[in-house]
Design a protein around this ligand. Structure first.
Ligand code: ATP
Ligand code: MG
Length: 343
């Protein structure tokens, strides 16, 4: 990890990240984000991981589904290896300081910054006038999620890089506007062979939990038959796999499946191709299914077990929220002092 620092001040390293309870967890969320969260938990740096329910409601969520998805996401975190004693786990709306700091950032960030965001353009689509104001302001709340803890490093998938850059812009503008060295300039941490897992149906589109087609993604809760069926039906081209990385260049679907294999098996793409180069997809796809089932089924079994005791999950989140608030509250108070608000 490189240093995150404003020119005058070095900040103590602290890691924050979040996932939206906007649906079930996908293989993309696991490989791009949650697995990295687990790696970082044992790095000796304080780790704070959130279920960002206030981000999820920027598009309509059925209240019962939101509650269930939030608990399932918490179960996914824990089943994947996050330990509530080591990492701080909670849901965003339990710590009001996120939204309070977001309001200040809404007044620091500029409209044009928000309108340039790829996620806004993708999610609002052609009907921007009818999208929620929250969807436009999403990156400002995300900056607050990170900066309310003075977090220096944020593990995310490739698609969130632009939002971290905007978080940096907000921190820089706040520091400049008020002549302080108060917020750190946060570093994104985008690592591994699967920082952008693509849809199984369309190699040009990211795998998303909110994609209307369930066949486009592998859910963490899918059973072995479902995983095998989705991989069997995944779009590919008719050629055999290449032996060199360069051979994947114009083949997004092939590259995606190889990347997934490499990430699941803790190998580099080069190592995978050295083994599977020359094989047809009819041979490679069953290898990938077996690997995915072997890696995911212990996690989904544990998620199902945890989901049988939702009150235990809620107790873990409440405890995490108390710990998070203890860090966030003084940072919000200092921000209010800087801005000139009387306490
Ligand atoms: P939604 O479709 O509702 O936006 P999502 O699947 O994109 O859901 P998020 O909650 O927005 O999930 O993102 C959580 C984390 O997972 C982020 O760090 C994001 O970068 C990462 N992530 C999401 N999709 C992928 C993907 N396809 N490949 C790698 N990382 C991903
Ligand atoms: Mg997303």
């Amino acid at each position: 990890m490189t240093d995150a620092a404003t020119p005058g001040k070095t900040f103590q390293p602290r890691i924050f990240s979040g996932v939206q309870p906007s649906g079930g967890l996908t293989l993309g969320n696991y490989l791009g984000a949650i697995r990295r969260f687990v790696d970082m938990q044992d790095s000796g740096v304080e780790t704070i991981y959130c279920m960002v329910d206030q981000h999820a409601i920027t598009v309509w969520q059925n209240p019962e589904d939101l509650r269930r998805n939030t608990r399932e996401l918490a179960a996914g975190y824990i089943a994947a290896g996050l330990d509530p004693e080591k990492s701080i786990l909670f849901n965003q709306s339990q710590v009001a300081e996120h939204a309070q700091l977001a309001w200040i950032f809404n007044c620091v960030a500029r409209m044009g910054w928000m309108q340039r965001m790829t996620q806004w353009k993708d999610k609002a689509g052609k009907n921007q006038q009818n999208a929620s104001l929250g969807l436009l302001a999403y990156p400002s709340l995300m900056a607050a999620d990170i900066l309310i803890y003075h977090a220096t490093h944020v593990p995310v998938g490739e698609d969130q890089k632009q939002h971290i850059e905007l978080t940096r812009d907000i921190a820089i503008k706040f520091n400049n506007d008020f002549g302080v060295d108060f917020f750190p300039i946060t570093e994104p941490v985008i690592e591994g062979a699967a920082t952008r897992v693509m849809s199984l149906r369309d190699g040009s589109k990211k795998m998303s939990k909110s994609d209307p087609s369930d066949m486009a993604r592998i859910n963490m809760t899918d059973d072995a038959d479902t995983i095998a069926q989705k991989i069997r039906k995944a779009r590919t081209d008719p050629d055999a796999l290449p032996s060199e990385v360069a051979g994947l260049e114009e083949r997004p679907e092939a590259r995606n499946l190889v990347n997934i294999y490499a990430a699941l098996n803790d190998q580099t793409v080069e190592e995978v191709l050295a083994d599977v180069g020359g094989k047809q997809f009819s041979e490679f796809k069953p290898m990938l299914s077996d690997l995915a089932v072997a890696k995911l089924s212990p996690i989904s079994t544990e998620m199902a077990r945890l989901m049988e005791a939702p009150e235990e999950i809620d107790a873990i989140l409440r405890k995490g929220a108390d710990r998070a608030r203890a860090i966030a509250a003084p940072i919000l108070q200092q921000t209010y002092d800087i801005v000139g608000m009387i306490r």
